[in-house]
Design a binder for this molecule. Structure first.
Ligand SMILES: Nc1ncnc2c1ncn2[C@@H]1O[C@H](COP(=O)(O)OP(=O)(O)OP(=O)(O)O)[C@@H](O)[C@H]1O
Ligand SMILES: [Mg+2]
Length: 452
């Protein structure tokens, strides 16, 4: 069994088979009908000929019958013409009149026969087909037979049938072609909504679980599949939601014991131990807040009409992280655009992204150097530091969740840049990482400008 991968080729091939079978059956049926119809016409004509011969039969005064055919009928039945024949037979089977040379009957006489009968008889190498009618002339009952030599007629019908086959053959081909073209057009049209649905399906992923395939224009035959896929997506989204909620709930739940731990540490007798433990607790608190942020971001759907002033967001972050920098003998500076830079996006999310980049820069920049925030009019914000920079082979790794160069470093979870990447994704922003000419890294985020 051949397996068709494409519905269109399946339909096209089945249609070709159907058309070929139909055209064969149709021509057989039509030629049968043609035969039937010509037979009917022939029979009727023969009956009429017998009747018209009968009209010229008269009874003489001595009781015998007389046949006086007019000239045109005599011509019709003349032997040279040879196509039409007649004979008149009486109730004893005697041939009274006949157009045949041997004065014979066309068909065997049958006194039991009905008023009209259609008969066929072989005569030598010809087949005579015709009608026999019963008629009473004077006090005599006679049978008038009229027939035609079929050799003449069949030639005609054979011609018609042969012609017909040839024509059907020629007509079938263009019909087939038109049908195939129509098939392909219809199918392409019918499948268009499926192609559109496939395009939407391509965007569905862990970060876009809210998308569903459109069902309105989907052909009814395929709709159950699309509906089932949508229901499967519902269940997957629910699963994702449960996972996210679990992370968020777990992080929330951890906050309470942590704050209890903090207060306990505050009243600890040995303040030196207390200080060390407090640093560990802060590290844990940081991990928990990063986890919460990740869980939140996974569920976050951005409002396409939201806007943010990149410059003021960067300024706020710079202000927020300045104490952290100062505490490590580092500095922050805000450079670039003097006017607000409006971009499409959620200000809170932008702030989180910039803050994570800034914290990284402050953590890695060398003491005594300055971390620069540069906002450009084209919607780009860059954070520049004077640290070790990012090696070429680490540029993809740094964005992975939990990846960090130094695993022993306290308070480093390796989640910061994955948060930045997710926020960039949500905003269709691009991230670029490069090393500065002298030491240091430069992280840039480019957002879409809002056209006011
Ligand atoms: N500006 C930078 N200079 C040099 N290395 C960096 C810089 N930013 C990030 N890295 C490297 O990339 C790793 C991953 O950074 P990421 O922000 O994801 O995590 P983290 O800073 O370790 O932890 P978190 O941000 O969750 O507190 C860091 O641990 C660090 O090794
Ligand atoms: Mg970080």
């Amino acid at each position: 069994m051949i397996r068709f991968k494409s519905i269109i080729s399946r339909i096209v091939i089945l249609h070709v088979v159907a058309v070929v079978i139909t055209s064969i059956f149709m021509s057989l049926a039509l030629s049968w009908l043609l035969n039937y119809a010509t037979n009917n016409i022939h029979n009727k004509a023969m009956q009429e000929q017998a009747v018209s011969v009968g009209e010229h039969l008269t009874a003489r005064s001595d009781g015998d019958l007389e046949l006086d055919l007019p000239l045109d009928l005599l011509g019709l039945y003349s032997q040279p013409y040879g196509r039409y024949l007649y004979a008149v037979i009486d109730d004893r089977g005697r041939v009274l009149f006949s157009s045949l040379k041997d004065h014979a009957a066309l068909f065997p006489a049958d006194s039991e026969s009905a008023d009209v009968e259609f008969l066929q008889q072989r005569r030598g190498d010809a087949t005579v087909s015709g009608a026999s009618i019963k008629k009473t002339v004077g006090d005599k009952t006679v049978w008038i037979q009229a027939g035609e030599d079929l050799a003449n007629r069949d030639v005609l019908i054979d011609d018609i049938v042969a012609d017909f086959y040839r024509n059907v053959g020629w007509i079938t081909l263009p019909i087939l072609l038109v049908l195939l073209i129509a098939d392909i057009a219809i199918f392409r049209r019918a499948l268009r909504p499926l192609r559109q649905a496939s395009e939407i399906a391509r965007d569905i992923g862990p970060t876009r679980t809210d998308l569903r395939l459109p069902t309105e224009e989907i052909p009814r035959e395929v709709r159950p599949l699309v509906l089932a896929v949508n229901q499967a997506l519902d269940r997957l989204e629910e699963g994702f939601r449960i996972q996210r909620d679990f992370t968020a709930d777990a992080a929330h739940e951890l906050r309470t014991p942590l704050s209890i731990l903090r207060t306990r540490l505050d009243i600890l007798e040995d303040q030196q131990v207390g200080r060390a433990l407090r640093q560990d607790v802060e590290g844990m608190a940081h991990i928990i807040s990063q986890l919460l942020e990740i869980a939140e971001l996974d569920a976050f759907v951005i409002d396409p009409f939201e806007k943010a002033d990149l410059r003021s967001v960067a300024a706020e972050v710079a202000e927020f992280v300045a104490p952290l920098a100062l505490a490590q003998n580092k500095d922050v500076a805000l450079l670039g655009a003097a006017e607000p830079v409006w971009v499409k996006g959620n200000p809170e999310m932008l702030s989180r992204a910039i803050r994570n980049l800034a914290e990284n820069a402050i953590n890695h920049t060398a003491p005594g150097t300055t971390v620069e925030f540069v906002v450009e009019e084209n919607g780009t914000v860059s954070i520049l530091d004077r640290g070790p920079g990012i090696a070429e082979d680490e540029r993809n790794l740094i964005f992975q969740r939990f990846w960090r160069r130094d695993r022993r470093k306290a308070g480093s979870t390796g989640l910061g840049l994955s948060i930045v990447q997710r926020i960039a994704e949500l905003h269709s922003a691009t991230i670029t990482v490069e090393n500065r000419s002298r030491a240091g890294a430069r992280f840039s985020l480019k957002f879409s400008l809002l056209h006011l």
